[in-house]
Design a protein around this ligand. Structure first.
Ligand SMILES: [Zn+2]
Length: 68
């Protein structure tokens, strides 16, 4: 017999770093498009919404053209 929790409480998803697969702390009020640095591996991660869920993606580095 299974008991399901249907209390409807908001669930803060455990977000995973796509680079090292470690967990990343995201504040409740984080916004889509916000950038986070994963301290464990130093990756720049962007918070995006996919299929109604928050996910982290590796942020594209801003290409600074230093004229080389
Ligand atoms: Zn990481």
């Amino acid at each position: 017999m299974q008991i399901e929790n249907r209390s409807g409480e908001p669930v803060v998803p455990k977000l995973k770093c796509p680079v090292c697969e470690g967990s990343v702390d995201i504040p409740d009020d984080a916004l889509e498009g916000e950038l986070f640095e994963h301290q464990e591996c130093g990756a720049q991660l962007e918070l995006v919404i996919e299929n109604g869920q928050l996910v982290l993606k590796l942020a594209e580095e801003v290409a600074e053209d230093w004229g080389e």
